[in-house]
Design a protein around this ligand. Structure first.
Ligand code: GDP
Length: 176
């Protein structure tokens, strides 16, 4: 069965978005403090695909050894998982991409992973600031703007569009 991976730094809103996409309340373990979701959670969705929730990266309060372990897992998963049909990559719309984000960009671009760059927490900025933020993030990541999507879990924005993008990835199939 194909896999869709959700990847992003901790506290970006990954568990909240997974719950919204799956239209269930709190099945992805909502973390009370950032970085608590350290495991790789896997959900089987509609007997159609596996949703793989990769550990949130970039959390300062984990040991160096653990951080290296996460990076290796994320790198190897994104660059060589043969059943991977697409990645949903989350970035907080308010923040500039971090060095960890830029490292993930490198894996995604070099391995040609089909990706939807999902900007989270859009409700936290004024509508008039959106384009400027998108431009800035897209430029630093080096990804095309048409692969971006704006979401807000609190305003339920972009959720159906994200489901549609996932279905497009699935229609195109895994990269094998
Ligand atoms: P994770 O660590 O990436 O899984 O992040 P969480 O889903 O636990 O979210 C981190 C924090 O951001 C929580 O306090 C959420 O309630 C909040 N959050 C997540 N998505 C949104 C959103 O779209 N809008 C707003 N305003 N807050 C959000």
């Amino acid at each position: 069965m194909p896999e869709i991976a959700f990847v992003g730094r901790s506290n970006v809103g990954k568990s909240s978005l997974i719950n919204a996409v799956l239209a269930r309340r709190s099945i992805a373990h909502r973390s009370k403090w950032p970085g608590k979701t350290r495991m790789c959670n896997i959900y089987r969705v509609e007997s159609a695909y596996y949703l793989v929730d990769l550990p949130g990266y970039g959390f300062a309060r984990v040991s160096k050894k653990e951080r290296i372990g996460f990076r290796k897992l994320i790198r190897e998963y994104l660059t060589s998982r043969r059943t991977l049909a697409g990645a949903v990559w989350l970035l907080d719309i308010r923040r500039e991409p971090s060095p960890d984000d830029l490292e993930v960009a490198e894996y995604i671009i070099s391995a040609s992973v089909p990706v939807i760059v999902t900007m989270t927490k859009a409700d936290k900025i004024a509508k008039g600031d959106r384009n400027r933020r998108i431009q800035s993030i897209v430029e630093s990541l080096g990804v095309p703007q048409d692969q971006c999507l704006i979401t807000s879990v609190t305003k339920k924005e972009g959720i159906q569009e994200l489901r549609d993008s996932i279905h497009e990835f699935l229609a195109e199939g895994a990269r094998t």
